[in-house]
Design a protein around this ligand. Structure first.
Ligand code: AMP
Ligand code: GLY
Length: 432
């Protein structure tokens, strides 16, 4: 394994995904310090080499100044916003190493129009679509007698996961178009709209780390986006995940690489925007045939909380290789285990919820085998741990089987308490 020299690492973000990254990076022997900006209560409690830095993820100039002043040799971006704002370009101009795509390459996530046109140009399987820039042409398209429902209506820009409407009939489609174009509920992110075919099948996500040409794959994962058991109720940021997802068989994965990942990386190189960093491919799999629902320019949350603990090789060595263009040479081995994560949310989430609730964690949790408690919306101040967001924890467990990892995760969930805490009780059940 390549040796990693002692270094300082900066992780940008405040969710359970960034806590998991922080945990993984801190395990790397060569790492001296891990800064998390802004981090959360969990990263504050890690101690040792880890410390929070009170800088927001979109304060690009301040983050760069911090990286320079504190001899940060490797920066990892958790969420999409700094990528869309061009943090990778900014750091690269200052000769600071950073994992992520350039602003131009991050359009795979930040512009759905860009990503659909890209996939069409390069023959990558995805739902058929049309692009609209005003309400009246979108409304006429929706109203054509030959239109089959459901239709999927998407604001093109970043909408924090809220920009997609599955319209079951013409009325719902017209309402979505009106809200985006006339009420401007997403502001400029709704200046362009993609209307696409509804894909049948089951969803899964595949994550690659890439240096632009070579890539390494994490275990395929499945998220649970709805708030309620049995995939009911409102969409959320994600209420739980597990990996590996049996839906993504070896044969499906082969197709994903051949028809999606390799053409995506080649297409981006050919178009003059080589794609580097994490590539999240959201898939719909219908009778063994994968197509792309969306790309994201980052890792998933909560999927990171299951795929990263399954990585056996040194995460930092792989991250460095992805910057140095030597990813083809590093080990990227996985444990032959399963992982599940259960998200504990504040009562009321994803709508209005209260924060500032005192959190209790039973002492025996820290001794539970193969359990990892990742914090999301928590704050740690004056020796008190309180809730500070919608998704509060992501409780991960590993097991020899998926069943074992799920049971372990739920046993750990019971050790955590705060007023109004809620979680799904069926994470991973559909794979059993
Ligand atoms: P996106 O932000 O594009 O991932 O869309 C959010 C969610 O909407 C996806 O995870 C799917 O559950 C659903 N979705 C998006 N596009 C489609 C589609 N073309 N067909 C069916 N479901 C879709
Ligand atoms: N788990 C969905 C996402 O990270 O976008």
């Amino acid at each position: 394994m390549p040796t990693v020299k002692a270094m300082n690492v900066l992780i940008i973000g405040s969710g359970a995904r960034e806590h998991a990254m922080c945990w993984s990076v801190a395990r790397s022997e060569g790492v001296q310090r891990v800064f998390v900006a802004p981090g959360n209560g969990g990263t504050a409690l890690m101690g040792g080499k880890v410390c929070n830095v009170a800088l927001k993820a979109d304060a690009l100039d301040d983050l760069l100044r911090f990286a320079v002043d504190n001899r940060v040799e490797l920066t990892v971006v958790g969420s999409e916003l700094p990528l869309e704002l061009g943090i990778v370009d900014l750091f690269r101009r200052a000769d600071k190493k950073i994992v992520g795509p350039s602003q131009s390459a991050a359009r795979l996530e930040s512009s759905k129009v860009f990503s659909k046109e890209f996939m069409q140009r390069h023959g990558i399987p995805t739902a058929g679509y049309h692009v609209f820039r005003d309400a009246s042409s979108a409304s006429s398209h929706i109203s054509l007698p030959e239109r089959h429902y459901p239709q999927v209506i998407k604001a093109s820009g970043l909408c924090a996961g809220k920009g997609v409407f599955i319209a079951l009939d013409r009325e719902q489609a017209l309402t979505a178009v009106r809200e985006i174009f006339e009420e401007r509920i997403f502001g400029d992110a709704g200046n362009e709209v993609v209307i696409e075919e509804f894909l049948q099948g089951e969803e899964a996500s595949v994550f690659a780390l890439t240096d632009g040409t070579a890539y390494r794959l994490f275990m395929p994962a499945q998220d649970h986006k709805r708030i309620g058991n049995g995939d009911t109720g409102k969409n959320t940021g994600g209420m739980g995940a597990y990996a590996p997802a049996p839906l993504v068989t070896v044969e499906v994965m082969r197709k994903v690489e051949e028809l999606i990942i390799r053409p995506t990386l080649k297409g981006m190189r050919d178009d003059g925007s080589p794609y580097t960093g994490f590539l999240y491919v959201g898939l719909m799999i219908d009778r063994g045939e994968p197509s792309v629902v969306e790309y994201n320019a980052r890792m998933g949350d909560p999927e990171t909380q299951v795929v990263l603990p399954l990585l056996k090789s040194d995460f930092v060595a792989a991250l460095q290789a992805s910057i140095d263009g030597t990813l083809g040479e590093v080990l990227f081995e996985m444990y032959r285990k399963s992982a599940a994560t259960v998200v504990i949310a504040s009562g009321g989430y994803p709508d209005r919820y209260e924060t500032g609730k005192a959190i209790t964690i039973a002492g025996e949790l820290s001794g539970m085998e193969d359990c990892l408690l990742f914090h999301a919306g928590t704050a740690y101040e004056g020796g008190r741990l309180t809730t500070a967001g919608g998704r509060v924890f992501s409780v991960t467990a590993l097991g020899e089987t998926l069943r074992e990892s799920i049971d372990r995760a739920y046993r750990a969930v019971e050790k955590i308490g705060f007023e109004g805490a809620c979680y799904r009780t069926d994470i991973g059940a559909k794979a059993l």
